[in-house]
Design a protein around this ligand. Structure first.
Ligand SMILES: *Cc1c(COP(=O)(O)O)cnc(C)c1O
Length: 410
């Protein structure tokens, strides 16, 4: 059964705080003398109950737990920070925490009516594309892949034409994984709402400190909490945020019936990670922009993608729409796929690994996965910049670029 909305947490912060402050102060226990500063981890599968549970009462841990709520309140407050029509950091339904980013994505895609059209960036998190393909093969929905940076083409795909009905959902990632393309979110929301399509934005790369899609008009935001929000490469977790009470109830109902629920320790770690999000994002974004600049000037680099670069195709849009440029870079070293593999093999400080958003810098050649989109260049290395000293990171990359150059000259 569904958990009713819980009231805002007793000690939620006042409205209009900066997102940096909300990350620290939201979702704290009530300030009664002797109370803990941090919420408790509650290990209980069931709760004392008789008859119909009242609002905010817990029943069974698949439908809601006291350990989820502080994180759910904090994340929703962050995604709503500075909301133009709100002036309220804590109103509206809390976030819905789920077992992984993919569980969150599956719960949002389940909102698409049977046979509905979903318009999706051709470059997006590859498992999102795998899930959409699988749902399409089963006849649950149809999928149209678009170049998300081409606003007119996306708007036309959303509207449909002739035998092609309007889309039921526009799925956005911006910047995209792994190509770092930037979508004009507000314009695309207008086009989608013109045909009553829902707009869902995967905000994993930007984080709510850098981009708040609800304020740009999106209906739903999804996160792989695994990445920046938790931030330490030690949990897998996901979340959905929406301002719409009906959509919120449907996502909660999906979580309860499908059962992709978060463990209490994972949520506790994610809230702990969230407290330092502003510091981590500030450092890693600054380093990412600096490394992008140095890489772009390096002779062993063919191309760098990062919206901070003045000549990046997404630069103007990102400047208008985001409070920063994010901490993920795309780089193509010389020497093709072999050069990229030599580059990845030569790093000593950067960790060759998939995933992103941790305090440690990681990198990988994306096309090592057979499932990655074929329009992603073979030699594209995705780099997630962590919080190490930028000159140490650069020294490691310079050495690794020598390895790519050796391959190119071979
Ligand atoms: C990692 C990732 C996901 C999937 O999240 P999991 O927590 O691994 O299930 C979804 N979207 C983006 C953009 C990601 O980077």
């Amino acid at each position: 059964m569904d958990r009713p909305h819980t009231p805002p947490h007793a000690s939620s912060p006042p409205a209009r705080l900066s997102p940096d402050t909300i990350a620290v102060s939201a979702g704290r226990p009530a300030r009664t003398p002797g109370a803990a500063v941090n919420p408790a981890v509650v290990l209980s599968s069931t709760y004392v109950s008789q008859g119909e549970p009242g609002a905010g009462e817990h029943l069974y841990a698949r439908s809601g737990t006291p350990t989820w709520e502080p994180f759910e309140e904090a994340l929703a407050a962050l995604e709503r920070a500075g909301h133009a029509d709100a002036g309220r950091a804590t109103d509206g339904p809390p976030a819905v925490v789920l077992a992984s980013g993919m569980a969150a994505i599956a719960a949002v895609l389940a909102l698409v009516p049977v046979g509905g059209r979903v318009v999706v960036p051709r470059h997006a998190y590859q498992v999102t594309l795998v899930l959409l393909r699988e749902l399409a093969e089963r006849g649950a929905l149809t999928v149209d892949l678009v170049d998300v940076a081409d606003t007119d083409a996306v708007a036309a795909a959303v509207r449909g034409s002739g035998d092609v009905p309007p889309a039921a959902m526009l799925w956005l990632e911006s910047p995209t994984n792994p190509m770092l393309e930037v979508a004009d979110v507000a314009s695309l929301v207008t086009a989608a709402h013109g045909v009553a399509a829902l707009v869902a934005v995967d905000n994993t790369f930007a984080t709510p400190l850098v981009q708040r899609p609800l304020a740009l008009g999106a209906d739903l935001v999804v996160h792989s909490v695994t990445k920046y929000l938790a931030g330490h490469s030690d949990v897998v977790l996901g979340a959905v945020v929406t301002d719409d009470a009906d959509l919120h109830a449907r996502v909660v109902a999906h979580r309860t019936t499908h059962g992709a629920i978060a463990g209490p320790f994972e949520v506790w770690l994610a809230l702990r990670g969230l407290r330092t999000l502003a510091l981590r994002v500030e450092r890693s974004q600054r380093s990412a922009a600096e490394l992008a600049r140095r890489l772009a000037a390096h002779p062993a680099v063919r191309e760098v993608r990062h919206p901070s670069l003045p000549d990046d195709p997404g630069h103007a849009r990102a400047t208008a729409q985001m409070d920063g440029y994010g901490s993920v870079l795309g780089v193509r070293p010389v020497g093709g796929a072999a050069g990229a593999d030599a580059f990845v093999a030569a790093v000593r400080l950067w960790v060759p690994a998939t995933s992103l958003g941790g305090v440690e810098s990681t990198l990988e050649r994306r096309r090592r996965f057979g499932t990655e989109s074929l329009t992603v260049p073979e030699d594209l290395v995705r780099m997630s910049v962590g919080i190490e000293d930028v000159d140490d990171l650069w020294a490691d990359l310079e050495t690794a670029l020598d390895a790519a150059r050796a391959v190119a000259e071979d």
